[in-house]
Each structure stands twice: as C-alpha cells, then as structure tokens.
Design a protein around this ligand. Structure first.
Ligand code: ASP
Length: 444
C-alpha cells in the first residue's frame, strides 16, 4: 500500500509527523498536544479538507480534529483492526436461473463508505451484492467484476472502448445478460457508446446507477439494480438500455433506450427520462412491461461488434456572444468533427458562419443539434439556418447532443472522409434518429 493510501488525505508536515510515528489510517493512536492527550482511531481525510489537522474517532463515536502545532507527538497504541463484517454465506444458486454478469465501473452505486476510515470503497463483488441485496439470488446466477472505480465525469472514449470490449467478451462467453453499474452524470454518454459498439446484441446490456448512495435510507441503488438484473436475465428484448426510477416512489423503474436517455435532474431519484421517445419498458411488481415495438429480440443472430471511438470529436454549446475563435481552436488542436448545440431549431450567430464554412472546407464535420433537448432541429425555417446549411452544417434531426457527440466519436474512428462521416451520422444505427415527436412537455 502506498503512503497516500496508508495516510489517505494527509499531506505536508502532518503526513511527515504521522509517517515518522509509523502510524496509518485505522490504527489506534495517541496524540499529545500541549497539555491534552487524545486517544482514538486515526481517520482518513478528504483531500480538500483543511490541512494541518489529525482526525481521530474517539471511543464515544465522535470525531475530533487535533490541530498540529509545535510539540505535537503521535504514538501508535494498536494496529488497525480489519473490519469484522463477514457477509452472510452466499445463498445456494437455484438451478435454471439465467447467468447475469455485473460489471462495475464506479459512481455512487458501486461504492460504500467504510465507516472505520471514512473512505469510500468499491463494493461490487458478487458476494457483496448478494449480501447487500439478497433478492438478487432469486433472479439470477450472478457474477460480478470491478472494471474501473471512477466517477463518471472521468470517463473518456477509451473507457467506452474498454467497457464495450468487456461486454463483447461476456456475450461471447454465453452470459444471459449484462448489467453495467455506472455513475449517473455521464451514464447517457456511455449507454449511447455501447449502443453503437454492440449492435443487435443477443442479450440485454443494462446500465444502472443511483442518485443516492446505498448508505442513505432514500437510496435508489437496490431497486434500480434489482430491476436491471431482472431485465438483463429475463426481458424478451436485448437492447442496450438504462434502468432508473420512473418516479419518486420505489414501485416503478423505467427502462430507457441507450441512445435516448438523459439525466434531467441533479438530485431527484426520477432524474432520467427518455427524450423524444418513450421508455422501452417498465419494471413494476416483479413484472417487465414492454412499452415499445420492434425491439431487438433476445437471442438475436444479427449481433455485430463495432468497437472504436476517436477522441477527435467535440461537443460545443453555442451561447450569445460566443467568439468564433473557439471553433478554430478546436480545429487547431486536431479536432475532426464538432457537434454544435445550437439554439431553438438549430441556430448559431451569423458571426460564426465564416469560420464554420472554412472548417467544413477543410474536411471537418459540423453537425447541428438543439439545446432545447426536446423536439427536432429544422434549419429551413429561418434564414440563419439556411445559411448554415449552405456553409455545410449537417442537421441531426432529433438526436440528443450527447448521443450525437458519441456517435461522431464512433464515426470518426471508422470513416475515411467527410462524406462517409456524414453518411454514417445520418444512418439510424440504434434508435438515435427519427424518434417520435413530442408536441408538448405537459406532464414531463
Ligand atoms: N458524479 C457521480 C458520477 O457520475 C454521481 C453518481 O455516481 O451518480 O459518477
């Protein structure tokens, strides 16, 4: 274990003192400062916490921060005791249950607080899952693996590729369904990525996250996960999708198509909605209710693995006053395609038109989506739109901006030239284009 791990969150002079005393997080220590002596468990600290303090958990359960000034001495009383929690024995697998594999990538759903140290640790071995949520043993013969332990804001195109490769390997090994536990912030991007990489898969690939961590009474982790495992193991369809609360209460979970799902609320449990499409299914009362037609069937024999994402795509939200140089800068840095999130029906200021034309002439793809989120772009209504079309901007109908960005990254990794990027971008691959109209937002 590195010193960063042994003394998590401590730095500078305080870390030096602790290192010299030979103590580590979890040890029982004595800290003498002036005429006071404290005894307790050395706690981990958040990296952003005020430095200059040693934090101890006292025998009465309270934490105390001891300010480190001259003359502080630290002594180890006893080494860290390993937490004595032993999960209950894994319930015997029932014969005949589908084999579902859970890949954990991090985020709130995949972590739990270690109350001894205050640190967050990944908790997604199959044993952990079954001991925390025993209902899962009734639904599937479960396997689990930690692929990454990161928050989803740290995902990159390379992580999408690695997730897709893992899912493909599992599909080829014959599992009946795959669940991917993921942070909620960029779950929509990753779900879109796997929708392009795993085309017409033979088994469902279900993303799942939690808005509230498992140690909070209002957590949505268990209910979302139970629904995800149910869909992965038992749904008649095999789509890349996301399993999240449909409303505030625990009784209905919505299953959204991977290319249509978007996080629309920062904290509420029903943050995820399908945009310009209905959820493909609901899970309620232990039943899966299919809510869409023409879904890819379980057992599909048309599966194609189409991996590869380029990091030369960009997503830019237009704003009033945006300087044209921003787009130039992206091109200078090697960007080969840009998705614009324009206003309304698909507009940006006329001042950007010359640079857009120049970039398109240089072979850079420029696609238009709308920051309205709902509805579709229509660049023929106003002159602004018509001029942008003339400059070579490609309107992307009702594709979500994030999905368009992921699709562009995927297209750039396989198309030879601008014409091929355009053709691929406008070819529906996984339900991302040509959704149903949303005439009004009433009730959303
Ligand atoms: N920022 C976190 C993430 O997306 C939030 C979450 O886990 O839901 O990873």
């Amino acid at each position: 274990m590195s010193v960063q791990e042994r003394l998590q969150g401590y730095s500078g002079e305080v870390r030096r003192i602790l290192e010299e005393a030979g103590v580590e997080v979890g040890d029982e220590v004595e800290v003498a400062a002036g005429d006071r002596v404290y005894r307790g468990i050395l706690m981990a600290r958040y990296e952003l916490a005020e430095p200059g303090y040693i934090v101890l958990k006292l025998p009465n359960g309270y934490n105390v921060g001891v300010r480190v000034s001259e003359g502080v001495s630290v002594r180890r009383i006893a080494p860290a005791r390993k937490p004595s929690f032993t999960p209950p024995p894994r319930p015997p697998s029932k014969p005949g249950l589908p084999r579902v594999y859970v890949i954990s990538t991090g985020g709130t759903i995949a972590s739990r607080i270690d109350y001894r140290t205050g640190g967050v640790r990944a908790a997604l071995t199959a044993e952990d899952l079954l001991s925390i949520i025993p209902e899962l043993a009734e639904l599937a013969d479960l396997g689990a693996e930690i692929l990454f332990s990161i928050f989803s804001e740290d995902m990159t195109a390379d992580h999408w590729s690695r997730m897709a490769a893992k899912a493909d390997e599992l599909i080829r090994s014959g599992v009946d369904g795959i669940v991917i536990a993921h942070g909620t912030d960029t779950m929509g991007y990753s779900a879109a990525a796997l929708s392009f990489a795993l085309q017409k898969p033979p088994v469902p690939v279900v993303f799942v996250g939690a808005q509230r961590s498992s140690d909070r009474p209002s957590s949505d982790a268990a209910t979302n996960l139970i629904a995800a495992v149910r869909v992965a193991g038992h749904a008649p369809f095999a789509e890349v999708c996301a399993s999240m609360h449909a409303w505030h209460s625990d009784d209905v979970i919505a299953i959204h198509r991977g290319t249509r799902v978007r996080k629309l609320h920062t904290s509420s449990r029903d943050a995820f909605k399908s945009v310009n499409a209905d959820p493909i299914a609901y899970v309620a009362g232990g039943e899966i209710r299919v809510n869409a037609e023409n879904l890819n069937p379980r057992g599909s024999e048309e599966y194609r693995f189409e991996p590869g994402f380029s990091d030369e795509a960009a997503l830019v939200k237009f704003y009033p006053g945006m300087p044209p140089e921003l787009l130039e800068l992206l091109a200078e840095r090697g960007c080969r395609g840009i998705i614009l999130e324009g206003t309304g029906l698909g507009h940006v200021s006329n001042r950007l038109r010359p640079v857009i034309k120049e970039l398109v002439d240089r072979g850079i793809f420029i696609g238009m989506t709308s920051q309205c989120i709902y509805g579709r772009v229509n660049m023929r209504v106003y002159d602004t739109g018509r001029y942008l079309l003339k400059a070579g901007v490609v309107p992307l109908d009702d594709m979500l901006p994030e999905t368009a960005y992921v699709k562009l990254s995927w297209c750039l990794s396989r198309a030879r030239d601008l014409e091929e990027v355009k053709r691929l971008m406008l070819t529906p691959i996984s339900g991302e284009l040509g959704g149903r109209s949303t005439p009004s937002l009433q009730g959303r």
